[in-house]
Design a protein around this ligand. Structure first.
Ligand SMILES: Cc1cc2nc3c(=O)[nH]c(=O)nc-3n(C[C@H](O)[C@H](O)[C@H](O)COP(=O)(O)OP(=O)(O)OC[C@H]3O[C@@H](n4cnc5c(N)ncnc54)[C@H](O)[C@@H]3O)c2cc1C
Length: 304
């Protein structure tokens, strides 16, 4: 690694952890070490990190809460960046029913603050354990709606630089589709603006409570996993295909297909990324054989 902890500490005021196990930063609880895990608190810090890593040719990966990624067992070469500090801020303009949320803001915090300001229209995000940026880039959502539908604009920093200017991408240029967006791969989302609706606080809170209860009944909430592993194929559900292939409860090492929701793979405690990948392949093979359908990954596999 061509950078030292000392060099990073000159530009970063947040955490700097060397050889940090990524299982600590993913909801799967799986993943080998990254060279450096750092938390940046401001745009200036982010810009300096990106400038330095670009100059030195060091790869860097920005993550949120790691709730949609599987990190491989040998870990990640380069720097893993989390947006904290000012990237978690929210600012409201109630006349416009608008909220600008930092990319690092947790979705549950975003939801709670919107309710407190008498805003609704984001209820479908209840129970998704990601950050604002992770949700926007993935167009996270449920059958009730996806985050792209409430995004007005997204503010990004281009990782390729220079000059690592901050650029606002207007809603008209943004395209959201099923669990994806057209936000360029090299762009880091620093914040996003949402347009919501005026809604009664109690009614919104009640609706959210109902949605969370529904999740608890149907999904293995509280287990180590990364949500739905596969994208739903056109006109079908990955969970139905996996279930009907008799795969519920099937395991490889410490990785097991959830009995509650067949599109979830749980880490029972000591699963490796290799176990999960082998189980993914097993599922894909069996579903292909039985239904002639290809299951594509929704989660992102990163590292080596
Ligand atoms: C129990 C559970 C339930 C879930 N339910 C749902 C659901 O109902 N609907 C749904 O859509 N998803 C669901 N998910 C998956 C996941 O929570 C979402 O995809 C979430 O939006 C990911 O956010 P994150 O911040 O954790 O992103 P991460 O997993 O950390 O990252 C996801 C991707 O976004 C990129 N990324 C993160 N931050 C930035 C940034 N600032 N700029 C550019 N790229 C960035 C990462 O590099 C990575 O490629 C669930 C997951 C779990 C564990």
């Amino acid at each position: 690694m061509m950078i030292s902890r000392f060099e990073i500490s000159k530009v970063v005021t947040g955490k700097i952890l060397q050889s940090e196990p990524m299982y600590k930063h993913t909801t799967f609880g799986i993943g080998g070490p990254c060279d450096f895990y750092i938390e940046v608190k401001t745009i200036e810090e982010l810009r300096e990190v990106i400038r330095t890593t670009n100059e030195k040719g060091i790869p860097c990966l920005v993550i949120g809460f790691g709730s949609n990624i599987l990190v491989k067992d040998k870990g990640i070469r380069g720097i893993v960046i989390r947006l904290t500090g000012s990237f978690c801020d929210l600012s409201f303009d109630l006349k416009k029913k608008s909220v600008i949320a930092g990319g690092g803001c947790a979705l549950p915090v975003f939801i709670k603050k919107c309710i407190n300001h008498g805003l609704g229209g984001m209820e479908f995000l209840a129970g998704i354990p990601g950050t604002v940026a992770g949700a926007v880039i993935m167009n996270a959502g449920t059958k009730d709606g996806s985050i792209g539908s409430i995004v007005k604009s997204v503010t990004v920093m281009d990782k390729k630089g220079p000059p690592w200017r901050i650029k606002k991408i207007d809603g008209k240029s943004l395209k959201f589709s099923y669990r994806s967006s057209n936000i360029p791969k090299d762009n880091i989302i620093v914040s996003a603006e949402f347009i919501l609706k005026k809604k009664n606080k109690n009614e919104t809170a009640k609706r959210i409570g109902k949605l969370i209860k529904g999740r608890i009944k149907t999904q293995p909430v509280g287990s180590y996993n990364a949500g739905c592993v596969f994208r739903n194929p056109a006109d079908d559900y990955a969970s139905r295909l996996i279930d009907k292939s008799g795969l519920k409860g099937v395991s490889v090492g410490g990785a097991i297909v959830s009995d509650m929701h067949a599109n979830y793979i749980n880490n029972t405690g000591d699963a490796t990324a290799d176990d999960v990948i082998k189980l993914i392949k097993k599922i894909q093979k069996k579903v292909k054989k039985k239904f002639s359908k290809n299951l594509e990954l929704e989660i992102k596999i990163v590292g080596e």
